[in-house]
Structures are given as C-alpha cells and as structure tokens.
Design a protein around this ligand. Structure first.
Ligand code: SF4
Ligand code: SF4
Length: 469
C-alpha cells in the first residue's frame, strides 16, 4: 500500500456534469453507513433549525450585514471585531489539519456539505426510482409518461430542497423575521416581498445547491475541490485510510464450480465494493485521490465476507504502517504535539479575548476644522465627537465623565446616553481648560464611560490642546 494517493480517475469520468457518466451507487447498510446517516441528518437538522433559535428575544445567530452587527448567542460583534472570525477560522483550519493527519479524509466522507447534499439528492432518486439496478434501467429506458413523471418528481424535490437550503442560508444574514414574514399578494397568491439582494442571494444559493448536488456531485470532489488534493499531501504512514488488504485478498477470483478456493485469496470478485462507491472507483487499485473515505466499500465487503463465511475487514480503515509494514500505528508524534500546542495557544487567546471583552465601545474623534478656541469667559475649548456603541443584549444608559485633572472640565449635552442593544450614538462633547492652570501645548485627557448599573466600564484617551486657536 502506498500512502501517496495516485490519481486513478478514468479519463471518461472527467466531466463536470456527472449526469453524462452518471454513477448510480448501490445503497448499502452497515456500521459506517449508519454513522454517515446519523451525521447527515444531525447536521441537516442543525443547519435548518439553527436560524430559528432565539436568545434574549433575538435570532441567536444573525449576521446582520445591513447594520454591521453580528449576533452570536448574546454576544454582539461589530465589523471591527472581525479578528474573532479570523481566529475561529484558524482554529477550525488547524483542527481539521490535525484530524486529517490521523483520521484522513473523515471530513470529506462524513461531514462535508457537498457529500451530505449529494447523498441526500441520491436518496431522493432512490425513493422515487429505486435502487441502483432500477436507476440504471430507468436511465436507459425510452421516454414514457411514467419516466417523465418520475424525472419531474425527482427534479421537483431537488428544487424544494435547494430552496430550503438557500432560504436557510440567507436567513442567517437577512434574519428569519424579515425572510419569513415579508409577504405580498399577487392576485390571490401570497408571494415573498423581499428586497432585490435577498432574491439574488436566494437564487444563487438555490442554483448552486441544485447544480452541485444534482449534477456535479462527486465531480466536485474529484475535479474542483482543492481540499481533497491538499489533504492527501498531509497523509503519512500513520494516517487512517480505507484500504484493501492486498495480501489477504489476492489472487482474487469468483468461486466458480471447479475452482479450488485454496488457490485464491479472500476477494471473491463480486464487485460490490465498486458498485457502492459514490465516486465510482475500485479501492482494490490502491489509495486514490477520488476516494472520499466514506467507507461504503468497507460495509459492502463486510457484508459479503459474512455471507461467504470469511473474517471481516478485507477492506477496512487501517494505516500504511499496520497494513504494509505489519507494525503498530504510532499515534503520538511531534506533529501531534505541535498541532495541540498551536490549538491550545489559539483557543486560549480567543477565550481570554472573549472573557476580557467589554461589550461597550467608545470612539473619540476630534473636530478637525478647529483644534481649539477661546470662549467669552476666556476658557480654551476643545470639541470632540464621542461615539458610544452598546454591544450588550440589553438596553443601558451610559454616563460619560472626564478623569479629574486640575483646570479641565467637561460639558455634555446629555447627562445619560440611553442605548438599545446593539445601538450606536454620536454626540458632541466639549472640554474646557483654564489657561491660568493648564500647561501650554498638548495635555492627555481621558473620558470614562460607565453603564447605570456599573457593570460595564471603558475609557479612552485623547489630547487637549491649547494650540490651533
Ligand atoms: S466487495 Fe470485497 S470481495 Fe467483493 S470484490 Fe470488493 S473486495 Fe472483493
Ligand atoms: S473507495 Fe470506498 S471509501 Fe473510497 S469513496 Fe469509494 S466507497 Fe468510499
């Protein structure tokens, strides 16, 4: 067995429209396929239900691009907090790298949206038309009323699934309240009353889902997805991969009358492993880029082994070290510790930043036109625009004060600034300086902001200047 995948995709399969060389995988039952189905339905349910989850009376996960406020379970992020998103993306990427080194393409086989939606759309074909043999016969049969009806039914169900997928996706951005409560009557028919960008987004997502899962299918994984190829490079001798036990299986051969099974390996050449493969490859040819590690061939071969009375595991999850070198897999390696250390640092940093984060923001801008002026009482005045943002999920009133400093005083238009959850407000403030007390030139000043319950406090420095009058 070689750990480096070889690209054994037959040339005739290289076509982005999978319907031209449609692969009709046989559906198989077994331990790994049960896991796949559980993961598939759990992830689909989570995806569809998540936008409906409410927290403090608001959609719990809502990326409200129009107001540039992003709500995640009680936390409000603004555009300038996007370093959190970058940190989450890095954590997800390194977790995936670590998992890939040890468990191979487990993401591709079990959790990738492309795999899940393709699997779902293939199930639709199975529900409407039947299993592999019926689908192959159906494809070859001349057009008839029944064939046209079944085709239409498949396409219609795909269309409904695509629309549900698209509206769910867009509802994370547009909000469920807007998306599902905006209706208008066209004649007697209720019709969504959405803005143009919502229609365009829904159309793009629905179209992409329909084409990817209905037509491109496994070609997406084999031809387009860079991640599949990129992951393969990360494999080593200790990576868990679906493999055919060549030593045990060969020489392969059907158990025909007159053949001596003692001269044959355990592979009975039933081709069941090929028929169940969603990418149409033969795992007995060795590890291949097109293998998404879904383990359908493992379940299929185990079923055959049970029937013929041979031990299971002719095709199984194993490592090159175990299979080819007959040694134990080495789990603990410097690479694992490096990934763990990196993840610990990243997760620690994010947890610290989140717990230390004050959900209140202050920004101070100076009036650029006039740095300072002198009023009728001879006091030097500096003007500023103070922007307050309430990043909590509750309404609060905030008080602004000037850190005590001899000769300086603050004048505000309001004593309290009431702000709704997620609301921002710009207000003009002036700081007055007594020229008899304060120093010439620039003096650092600090504005303090505190919520009425004293729970949230922030401060920000700026400069008071006697120059530029
Ligand atoms: S399913 Fe097993 S026995 Fe049948 S062809 Fe594949 S490897 Fe051989
Ligand atoms: S070879 Fe086996 S594990 Fe790989 S994609 Fe095909 S069925 Fe899945």
């Amino acid at each position: 067995m070689s750990a480096q995948p070889s690209n054994k995709i037959p040339v005739q399969q290289i076509d982005l429209d999978a319907t031209k060389h449609r692969i009709h995988p046989r559906f198989v039952k077994g331990f790994y396929q049960n896991i796949r189905l559980i993961v598939m339905y759990a992830l689909l349910a989570a995806f569809i239900l998540l936008p409906w989850l409410r927290y403090n009376g608001r959609q719990a996960i809502w990326f409200d691009v129009s107001s540039q406020h992003y709500y995640i379970f009680g936390m409000t992020f603004l555009t300038q907090d996007f370093y959190f998103i970058a940190a989450f993306a890095l954590i997800a990427a390194f977790t995936l790298f670590m998992v890939t080194v040890y468990a191979g393409r487990v993401w591709c086989g079990y959790a990738c949206p492309q795999t899940i939606w393709t699997h779902l759309y293939q199930h639709v074909e199975k529900w409407v038309i039947g299993d592999r043999n019926k689908r192959i016969k159906f494809d070859k049969a001349p057009m008839s009323l029944s064939k046209a009806f079944k085709r239409f039914l498949v396409y219609f169900i795909w269309f409904v699934f695509s629309m549900v997928t698209a509206t769910t996706f867009v509802s994370f951005v547009a909000g469920t309240d807007y998306l599902y409560q905006s209706w208008q009557m066209i004649g007697f028919i209720p019709f969504p009353d959405w803005s143009t960008w919502v229609w365009v987004s829904v159309f793009i997502f629905a179209f992409s889902t329909y084409v990817n899962a209905g037509y491109m299918r496994e070609q997406m994984c084999v031809q387009i997805c860079p991640y599949g190829r990129f992951q393969s490079v990360m494999f080593d001798k200790d990576t868990l991969v679906v493999s055919y036990d060549y030593d045990r299986g060969e020489p392969r051969g059907a158990r025909k009358k007159g053949t001596n099974p003692d001269n044959l390996g355990d592979c009975i050449e039933c081709l069941m492993c090929v028929q169940v493969c969603p990418t149409g490859i033969d795992i007995r040819d060795g590890l291949q880029v097109a293998c998404i590690q879904c383990a359908a061939c493992v379940d299929a071969c185990n079923e055959i082994m049970d029937k013929v009375g041979y031990p299971r595991g002719l095709i199984r999850y194993t490592t090159e070290r175990q299979l080819a070198e007959k040694e134990s897999t080495r789990v603990f390696s410097p690479r694992l510790f490096a990934y763990l250390a990196l993840l610990a640092v990243l997760c620690g940093g994010v947890i610290y930043a989140l717990t230390d984060r004050v959900p209140l923001e202050i920004d101070i801008r100076r009036d650029r036109n006039q740095l300072s002026s002198t009023n009728a009482q001879g006091m030097i005045e500096n003007s500023y625009i103070v922007k307050l943002t309430n990043k909590t999920q509750e309404a609060h009133a905030y008080k602004i004060t000037l850190a005590p400093q001899d000769g300086l005083s603050l004048q505000l238009r309001f004593n309290d600034v009431p702000l709704d959850p997620g609301e921002s407000f710009d207000m003009s403030v002036s700081i007055y300086g007594d020229p008899a007390i304060i120093d010439e030139g620039q003096t650092p000043v600090t504005l303090n902001v505190v919520s009425e319950d004293g729970k949230y406090k922030v401060n920000k420095q700026n400069i008071f200047t006697t120059q530029g009058q």
